[in-house]
Design a protein around this ligand. Structure first.
Ligand code: ZN
Length: 217
């Protein structure tokens, strides 16, 4: 096992020395918002997010092969959701239930039976994190999950709040930085988000840190 010296190319300023836990049957992989609307061409696109897909598929394949839990969050808004600008919210229309933009990116190789956590389904409420107003915590408890490996979009919004809430709930959270990307509207957004997450107790890791052989990357 090598220690993570570098995060993803866009988030390369972080260094860390803590030991990274290796996934086992008490681990789950959480895919955050890998929906068309958050990829280039989508309503709230994270620039360059599509380059993550081969790595994301390698993580999925590894967890899948070992029979470890894989879950995915998705924005699943009604058409009149309060977060949309036309409802005096802050975001363009995105993640609308049943729309193409709300579908998972078609290049992802998702396992059959993957658990999907829908969020933002109440027109009046938005979810700050994957734990906010969803069944995620109950699911993880039922499955006896202690360590949560998180990847997805985008670093400084949903990924960050999901990681912070996971830490607060006593989970060991490992952020897979090479399969996570930020909007970086401000240049320091992603590095600051990573700092907040590690301050809360999260570990940062790349694919080589979690026992995935180079041949499958
Ligand atoms: Zn949303």
């Amino acid at each position: 096992m090598k220690l993570s010296k570098q995060a993803s190319p866009s988030d390369s300023s972080h260094t860390q020395t803590a030991t990274i836990p290796q996934p086992d049957q008490h681990s789950a992989l959480l895919l955050v918002d890998l929906q068309n609307d958050f990829f280039p061409g989508g309503a709230l696109a994270v620039p360059g997010a599509d380059i993550l897909i081969p790595l994301i598929n390698a993580y999925i394949k590894h967890f899948s092969r070992h029979g470890w839990t894989i879950l995915a969050t998705r924005d699943w808004h009604p058409a009149n959701h309060s977060s949309f600008t036309e409802q005096q919210g802050h975001w363009p229309i995105h993640g609308v239930q049943g729309s193409r933009g709300a579908q998972f990116h078609s290049d992802l190789v998702l396992p059959p039976g993957m658990m999907v956590i829908s969020k933002g389904t109440d027109p009046k409420k938005d979810s700050r994190s994957g734990f906010d107003g969803t069944s995620l915590a109950d699911r993880l408890e039922d499955l006896n999950i202690h360590t949560l490996y998180v990847l997805g979009l985008s670093t400084e919004h949903f990924v960050k709040h999901t990681v912070l809430d996971g830490c607060q709930r006593g989970l060991h959270v490992v952020l897979l930085t090479d399969a996570t990307k930020g909007d970086n509207h401000q240049k320091e957004d992603s590095p600051n988000a990573l700092q907040e997450m590690t301050d809360a107790g999260a570990s940062l890791a790349n694919i080589g840190d979690v026992g995935i052989p180079a041949s499958s990357q």
